[in-house]
Design a protein around this ligand. Structure first.
Ligand code: KG4
Ligand code: ZN
Length: 358
């Protein structure tokens, strides 16, 4: 079956076509039109600007995805079996553009549409093409439930227990800032660019490549690392960084070290709590998902920790190109919903900016 995925939750306009048969998901096209350059000057996403840009981009992006998959817009009606679109959570005006487009195409082509939770999409990025440093791609059959997923992005930080396809239970989440948001705000504080995650990761890498410069003066907390639940909190870490910067008259010359220490603090908490949750819930697979799962240090440390502490447990993470927002992951999630005939009538598909994962 061929699925057209559409994603416009935040600041990427994305469409993709996946060929999905027998749990094998092959991405035929994956088009992402990023608005990063537009929002950069504001240091964050401006919702109204994002929505307008989605309106301009959505049809060219869908058209390009169809063409790259070897179709013309005219034959899509015959060739596409279902449309999968992110309908929340996210920015309401951004989401509406993707959802209304999906509804119009569903109506015009007379094909079913399925609404996908954005976080569910991130999780299903793991089902597209697996990537693991020590375990080569194992194929979909390699997954075993229950799966414990750390889903970390600009909008959310959650530990999710997945007991089967479409069966999600949130066992912990952030009480304030999301991990990606913390990276973005910390980077803004140091004036090193937007989005902050990749900027901090690059500075941190530079620091770890230079020997003997480590000082013990900078100390950052590991918020909630020992709490007896699976929640997170990152806003205190950001404030702690601000205090450290204020104390240091020479901080501009030590940015790589601050970034290194900030990244270590975030990764320490994420790894520790994920392993603890996987143990408690007897997970058979641990997965990473979301934009922050592009972080090399997180990928490496999580894989090492799972291999060392939970040697019986499988570990997977999405291929780098499917970590940040894209529509291939929506098509993948859509396939599993389509298999369960979990369609909605186009007139019933609603946007919900606080959509819960269930
Ligand atoms: O999933 P995503 O594209 O959008 C949301 O659903 O929010 O995630 C974007 C977030 C941003 O906060 C960005 O700074 C972060 O992912 N991010 C990273 C890296 N690449 C992207 N954070 C840390 N390290 C990275 N390499
Ligand atoms: Zn996302």
């Amino acid at each position: 079956m061929k699925i057209l995925g559409i994603e416009t939750s935040c600041d990427e306009t994305a469409a993709a076509v996946a060929q999905c048969d027998n749990d094998n998901i092959k991405i035929l096209s994956n088009v992402v039109s990023s608005q990063i350059d537009i929002h950069k000057k504001y240091g964050g996403v401006v919702p109204e600007v994002a929505a307008r840009e989605h309106v301009l981009q959505i049809l060219p992006v869908v058209n390009e995805a169809l063409e790259n998959a070897g179709m013309k817009i005219g034959d899509a009606k015959k060739k596409i079996d279902a449309i999968a679109v992110a309908n929340g959570p996210g920015l309401i005006t951004s989401l509406l553009v993707g959802v209304e487009t999906a509804k119009v195409l569903s109506y015009a082509w007379d094909i079913p549409v399925v609404g996908i939770n954005h976080i569910e999409g991130h999780i299903y990025a793991n089902f597209v093409g697996q990537f693991s440093i020590s375990n080569p791609p194992a194929g979909r059959a390699g997954f075993q439930f229950p799966i414990l997923i750390l889903t970390v992005s600009g909008g959310h930080t959650m530990l999710v227990l997945m007991e089967g396809h479409g069966e999600f239970k949130t066992i912990g989440e952030t009480r304030d800032d999301a991990a990606g948001e913390a990276f973005d705000k910390a980077a803004k504080m140091m004036g090193i660019g937007y989005p902050g995650g990749p900027a901090i990761a690059a500075e941190a890498e530079e620091f770890s490549n230079v020997e003997c410069r480590m000082s013990n003066e900078i100390s950052l907390p590991r918020p909630m690392i020992s709490s007896n639940n699976f929640d997170f909190s990152f806003s205190g870490l950001k404030t702690a960084l601000r205090y450290e910067l204020e104390k240091d008259t020479n901080w501009e010359n030590r940015i790589p070290e601050y970034c290194y220490k900030f990244q270590q603090a975030v990764v320490d908490v994420l790894v520790h709590k994920t392993i603890k949750a996987a143990e408690k819930y007897n997970a058979k697979t641990v997965m990473l998902a979301g934009g922050v799962s592009a972080n090399k240090e997180l990928r490496k440390r999580m894989e090492e920790a799972v291999n060392k502490k939970l040697p019986e447990v499988k570990f997977t993470m999405p291929d780098l190109k499917y970590t940040t927002d894209n529509a291939a992951m929506m098509a993948a999630a859509g396939y599993y919903r389509a298999k369960r005939k979990d369609f909605v009538k186009w007139e019933d598909l609603k946007v919900d900016c606080n959509l819960e994962l269930k």
